[in-house]
Design a protein around this ligand. Structure first.
Ligand code: GLN
Ligand code: ZN
Length: 762
């Protein structure tokens, strides 16, 4: 040891800023409170601060060009001249107004679609390649490189999205056109890399996360062709081909690409990458980017274990050919734990956001360069923090462990098959055919939000707030009766967020003050932290639901968030499998389901809008995930009596390839958003008959527009071409919390009328 030149690197840094100053700057500009010049100046300050932070932490290879004004996929699109025609761009660098128009839409031109970036909660803008005439309009990585050098004397490492990943994530072409597209895009892309080469850039990081998903092997030929061309165009600059989020799919072909280094994820791709590395070795002429620190989670790493891993790896790849780095860009974690003033100190100490993760990397590099003794104190602090977390009284509940273990051996199932439940439920409620209902939430008006603020800031007492919520419930029960809905809901006025609400009432959750991460554009989310065993403590929804039920003779549906959605929308502890945590949440929810049932609530909806979000990147892992996810849902819902009707709800994802799993949930009724997937859902249901209760959303809830009766009649009619009317429900696409009161009442009135029109014909 002693003189190894092992290096540290960062793959990308969060854009949002420690105080979300990036978000604030953008939103002020969009609200026309600042000018473009002011915005650009603010963003420059933020960007330079981020570079300075990374350098000052001791990172050797500081990324530049990963900073974005909205999204990095959109960035490459506009640099390569991909601007859909409707935005009327005629040439030259894309101005800010057009850039934001593509992302957010403008009068007369709808925004480009946005979708999830691999299996993260980050959403990118989908490039539309139809009719594109690729040309390099500007070179932002080069600008960023010069900026870092001139202003901070930082020799930056430009980050560029790989051309293959870019093309694969785009739309507006057919698979067989890919070769042609590569030809069309290569000249502009090569020019971008060549300019970096000519500038004297030392390292460029080219991100190809697509190499980590289930890619047909034949496609590696195309990838190889791209990198041979890149090599020819840019012979001097060192290229680090970066993969992340999983093990690379075709290891041998990937490590054989003509580049200088390969970045592998040894956290989320640990098993596959390690296996392949052992099996096939690693080329002696390349550097290995060792993705060592989890860029997707917020916990400190076990640095002792990480050091042991790096040393083990050194048998294959000597330390001076290793670069230690996070598993992926730090875009997916919050900025710094230093602002967490309120958090339980044991938890705070155990957390590592972006800045702390960089410190971990630098610490590991120092341990390897100078010997562990040189950093013994820091290593001790880290170990003690993790030991304190382990010893935290909320970490392990013997009761929870025993219940999960007991449930492990059994296959949760309702006591009766659907057909028998169906008759029991039919007899219990005597609902008309095509019963009408909603998804749960009603408008969260300014009044509702203000009431919650007053309660949170203790301006209102608990009693005042409860009285307000009851008043809202009463108002909306009356409105729903007047509208003529068959199955009512209490309206969810007491909830801000469908996960936070439950997390605050269950054991095992913590809430951070500053744990924000970018979701899309300027929108950030602050997921709860699951740090301990999840346990039901007290009734969470019974009072509001039972109160609503006491006001009406129509059935009121209870409303819970499902175990998989709670799991997928939280930062989860990493000492237990996700399946184990899902089972804990499921058992906690089961207690709530049982309490609702005891309180006389005969319909209970358990929402799972995020079921699909947990799907692993590798196709072969999908069935395993869906199996345990479905099982967790059933664990939460199957203990009820046969006449208790379990509902579920899903939205804004593709369902047509998941119908088997949806069926396996064995929910008596599912409501599915349909406006976005209409074209796919109906034929899919035709191919594969669905024989449980189902409501396909009959109107989009994203617009204040009141859908006319005939429009909804025709949607119901087309659904009934493939679905049994005896099983069909009529409902909107999703909850109505973002809508106004008047449009909600008008839309639901039309919806009830539409159901009546169709009923007369059945
Ligand atoms: N019950 C929730 C609501 O109505 C469901 C929200 C969702 O699907 N995202 O708001
Ligand atoms: Zn929904």
């Amino acid at each position: 040891m002693g003189t190894t030149t092992i290096r540290s690197s960062s793959l990308g840094y969060p854009r949002i800023g420690a105080d979300r100053e990036w978000k604030k700057a953008l939103e002020a500009f969009w609200a026309r409170k600042t000018s473009e010049v002011e915005l650009l100046a603010q963003l420059e300050t933020i960007r330079l601060n981020h570079l300075r932070t990374q350098r000052d932490k001791g990172i050797d290879l500081v990324p530049v060009g990963d900073f974005s004004l909205y999204d990095h996929v959109l960035d490459l699109a506009v640099q390569l001249g991909v601007v859909p025609e409707r935005f009327g761009h005629t040439g030259g660098p894309v101005p800010l107004s057009v850039y934001f128009a593509i992302a957010r839409g403008v009068q007369g031109a709808t925004a480009s679609e946005m979708t999830k970036w691999f299996n993260t909660n980050y959403h990118y803008i989908v490039p539309e390649l139809e009719g594109a005439k690729p040309a390099l309009l500007e070179n932002r990585p080069l600008q960023a490189y010069r900026e870092a050098k001139e202003k901070l004397s930082i020799e930056g490492k430009p980050v560029v999205l790989g051309l293959y990943t870019f093309l694969k994530l785009s739309k507006g072409y057919k698979a067989e056109q890919l070769d042609e597209l590569v030809d069309q895009f290569l000249p502009a892309y090569l020019q971008l890399i060549r300019e970096l080469d000519e500038e004297g850039v030392q390292w460029v990081q080219i991100d190809e996360p697509i190499l980590s998903v289930s890619l047909p092997k034949a496609e590696m030929k195309r990838v190889a062709r791209i990198y041979e061309e890149v090599r020819r165009a840019a012979p001097r600059v060192k290229i680090l081909l970066q993969t992340y989020f999983e093990g690379v799919e075709h290891y041998e072909e990937t490590v054989a690409l003509p580049v200088d280094g390969i970045g592998l994820d040894f956290v989320h791709g640990y098993v596959r990458n390690k296996k392949h590395l052992e099996q096939f070795g690693f080329p002696a002429d390349k550097v290995l980017g060792v993705g060592l620190i989890d860029g997707r989670n917020i916990w400190r790493s076990d640095l002792g274990a990480k050091l042991a891993f790096v040393n083990e790896l050194a048998a294959q790849v000597p330390l001076d050919r290793q670069i230690l780095q996070p598993s992926c860009s730090l875009l997916h974690v919050p900025v710094t734990t230093s602002r967490e003033k309120e958090l339980d100190p044991v938890l705070k100490q155990a957390l590592a956001y972006a800045d702390e993760k960089l410190e971990e990397i630098v610490l590991l590099v120092r341990a390897l360069r100078e010997g562990e003794a040189a950093v013994a104190d820091e290593l001790l602090v880290s170990r003690e923090a993790l030991e304190a977390l382990e010893a935290h009284p909320g970490r392990v509940s013997a009761g929870v462990r025993a219940s999960v273990a007991a449930a492990d051996g059994s296959e949760p199932a309702r006591s009766k098959p659907f057909a028998e439940r169906y008759s029991a439920q039919l007899a219990r409620w005597n609902l008309p055919v095509l019963p009408t209902t909603t998804i749960g939430s009603f408008p969260q008006t300014a009044d509702v939000r203000q009431a919650r603020r007053k309660w949170r800031s203790a301006e209102w007492t608990e009693e005042q707030y409860e009285a307000f919520v009851r008043e809202q419930i009463g108002l909306w029960i009356e409105r729903q009766e007047q509208i003529g809905l068959d199955v009512l809901v209490h309206g969810e006025f007491e909830r801000t967020d469908m996960v936070e609400f439950f997390g605050e009432k269950l054991n095992g959750f913590a809430f951070t003050a500053n744990g924000w991460v970018q979701s899309y554009g300027s929108r950030c989310v602050k997921p709860p932290v699951i740090y301990g065993d999840v346990e039901h403590v007290k009734a969470m929804t019974v009072a509001e639901t039972a109160y609503a039920q006491s006001l009406t003779s129509q059935p009121v549906k209870g409303m819970l968030t499902g175990p998989i959605t709670i799991l997928n929308w939280s930062f989860v502890r990493d000492d237990l499998s996700r399946e184990q945590v899902a089972n804990q949440i499921a058992l906690a929810l089961r207690e709530e389901v049982e309490l609702l049932e005891k309180a006389g609530i005969g319909m209970i909806q358990v929402d799972e809008p995020a079921l699909r979000e947990g799907l692993p990147l590798k196709d072969e892992d999908g069935p395993g995930y869906l199996e345990w996810a479905v099982r967790a849902f059933k664990l939460a819902t199957s203990s009820v009596g046969e006449s208790t009707q379990i509902h579920t709800h899903m939205c804004y994802c593709e369902f047509h390839d998941m119908i088997d799993s949806i069926r396996a949930l064995d929910a008596d009724v599912i409501s599915i958003e349909t406006s976005r997937s209409h074209g796919e859902m109906i034929p899919a249901l035709e191919r594969e008959p669905y024989e449980l209760g189902i409501g396909l959303g009959v109107y989009d809830i994203h617009s204040p527009r009141v859908p006319p009766v005939p429009e909804m009649v025709s949607i119901i009619d087309s659904a009934l071409e493939v679905l049994d009317p005896a099983l069909f429900w009529v409902n909107p696409d999703c909850g109505l919390k973002t809508r106004g009161v008047d449009e909600t009442v008008a839309s639901l009135t039309n919806m009830v009328e539409a159901a009546k029109v169709v009923r007369t014909r059945i």
